[in-house]
Design a protein around this ligand. Structure first.
Ligand code: ATP
Length: 235
């Protein structure tokens, strides 16, 4: 579904991704693990068109998207939930969700997807008229995910959905990620909590200082001594 071939991405003179190649097959949950600053968010931003690779290819269902505008990429079926759950603070929950569908014209479909989002996140339905800025951190994460789903993505990019959330909420969010996956959406998940990410992922890539240093299926990586020592707390 998504194929990345040997991309280099820079911030000015700083090279953040160095010859990264990876792929995601339809229906998979793939996770990127790696320390702070390794380049995980940069990779998501490159896929969603917020950054352009200086070299290499990003192919989505065979089409090159590496130089396309972010908006066209959303239209093609890729939604990005950025780190830090940026919601529109002065708008209500419902308005935030509507904005997620702004590129769509199928009113009936939009309505149906809105209902699906409220089913997935009943908490958002309870707070439908509340201003997004007054929601708790967990609720804002749900809203950011709900808004991304309103674009009807086939590939959903999630950047650190568990960040700053209490363990119980993290568990809830991860259950919902699994539900989203089961309903047919392919997922690329960036997560500091490697244990948790590997527990729901099919495959994983390990990123270190801008390079992919290891990849494999999630079960294999969970039992690898190297991964245990570096990313899973050494147990
Ligand atoms: P984190 O979990 O902390 O977000 P990450 O693996 O997602 O880490 P990136 O945010 O992709 O890492 O950062 C990769 C590298 O690029 C880091 O060295 C970072 O300092 C640098 N970088 C990120 N954003 C910018 C920017 N806007 N300008 C310059 N350098 C940046």
């Amino acid at each position: 579904m998504l194929k990345i071939e040997d991309i280099n991405v820079y911030y000015g003179n700083i090279q953040a991704l160095k010859g990264v190649s990876m792929e995601i097959n339809e229906g998979e949950i793939v996770t990127l693990i790696g320390a702070n600053g390794a380049g995980k968010s940069t990779l998501l931003k490159t896929i969603s068109g917020l950054l352009k690779p200086k070299q290499g290819k990003v192919l989505f269902e065979g089409d090159s998207i590496g130089g396309k505008a972010a908006q066209s990429i959303v239209k093609m079926g890729i939604s990005h939930v950025p780190e830090g759950r940026r919601v529109f603070a002065n708008m209500t929950v419902a308005e935030n969700l509507e904005l997620g569908a702004y590129l769509r014209k199928d009113k009936a479909g939009i309505h149906k997807d809105m209902e699906k989002v409220y089913e997935l996140f009943p908490r958002l339905l309870e707070r439908i008229k509340q201003q997004a800025g007054t929601l708790s951190g967990g609720e804002q994460q749900m809203l950011a995910m709900g808004r991304a789903l309103m674009a009807k993505p086939r590939l959903l990019l999630l950047d650190e959905p568990s960040m700053g959330l209490a363990p119980l909420l993290v568990k809830q969010i991860f259950n919902i990620i699994q539900e989203i996956s089961e309903s047919g959406t392919t997922i690329l998940l960036v997560e500091q909590n490697a244990n948790l990410a590997l527990s729901i992922a099919d495959r994983a890539y390990v990123v270190e200082t801008g390079r992919i240093v290891l990849s494999g299926n999630a079960e294999e990586l969970t039992s690898s001594e190297e991964i245990k020592m570096a990313y899973l707390g050494g147990h």
